[in-house]
Design a protein around this ligand. Structure first.
Ligand SMILES: [Zn+2]
Length: 284
């Protein structure tokens, strides 16, 4: 065998082995499943939470008080994504509802979950009209209703019975309370449900990692009895800077501190992002 030929064979063998190594490392990598991403959006005095699921699907809970939700969604949604798979309206007060009208005009919404509670408001009427005109399935939910997106489960815990066409004296107490479970990680969304009514949930599945504190941290949004059962590690308060209601109440902040709960506030931290892979979670 000539010396030239053996050198050529040697180089070929090296390239061949490198090629095999390249193919193995490129195609044998475990595909990292996307993390769940939850954004408590900085929409001022109101509530709006955008949830990006590992599958790429998405959920919006409430829309905040105005069109600031559009700007916030623009920052966290994929540029090409013009569709939201599920919109949940906790209750039709303006600080949760108004932004959803803007969202309905600009995104394709697959389905809406709400309670269907009776509430005389021209904004709520427009909301219902837009849903009807766009043929969006509008489901009136209550405790026991669930939906799965892959491993992610959304469960409704409140209202305990259907509120369709019912008049409730204090609309805060017609709020949807729902939990999101991603294997070992969970978040409890408590709408604006006030503490007297929260008592009805103490025997339910409300132990959780993250609590979205009810009613923007108002004094009537959290009781010790409730906190003692929920036992979150993190509390998120969605609240406007220097708001006229004095939210959050100092009593609520003290209570959370007493239980060593880490507090994040949209008025101080801006949009709060919490990511989870189903085992652990990270606040960004
Ligand atoms: Zn509110």
């Amino acid at each position: 065998m000539s010396r030239t030929k053996s050198v050529g064979q040697f180089i070929f063998s090296i390239l061949f082995i490198l090629g095999i190594i390249f193919l193995i490392t490129t195609f044998n990598k475990p595909q990292a499943a996307g993390d769940l991403k939850v954004y408590f959006l900085d929409v001022g005095q109101g509530d709006s939470t955008y949830i990006k699921l590992p599958s790429g699907k998405d959920i919006l809970i409430d829309g905040g008080p105005d069109n600031s939700v559009l700007n916030q969604l623009g920052k966290v949604m994929d540029f090409a994504d013009r569709e939201i798979n599920l919109v949940i309206l906790s209750h039709p007060h303006a600080d949760h509802l108004n932004g959803l009208l803007e969202v309905l005009d600009r995104y394709k919404i697959d389905q809406v979950w709400e309670t269907g509670v009776e509430y005389p408001s021209s904004t709520y009427d427009s909301f219902k009209e837009k849903i009807k005109n766009q043929n969006i399935p509008d489901k009136f939910v209550k405790a026991g209703d669930t939906i799965y997106f892959g491993d992610i489960k959304i469960s409704i815990l409140y209202p305990l019975s259907g509120l369709e066409k019912k008049t409730i004296d204090n609309l805060n107490n017609a709020s949807i309370v729902n939990r999101l479970d991603n294997n070992k990680f969970s978040i409890l969304f408590s709408g604006d449900l006030e503490k007297d009514i929260q008592k009805q949930l103490l025997d339910k599945n409300i132990f959780t990692d993250v609590l979205k504190v009810a009613h923007h941290g108002s004094e009537n949004g959290l009781s010790e009895d409730f906190l003692n059962v929920v036992r979150p590690e993190i509390a998120v308060i969605s609240v406007g800077y220097d708001n006229k209601y004095g939210h959050p109440a100092s009593s609520v902040i003290s209570l959370l501190k007493k239980y060593a709960v880490k507090i994040y506030r949209t008025d101080q931290n801006g949009t709060v992002e919490i990511d989870s892979n189903g085992k652990g979670y990270w606040v960004k």
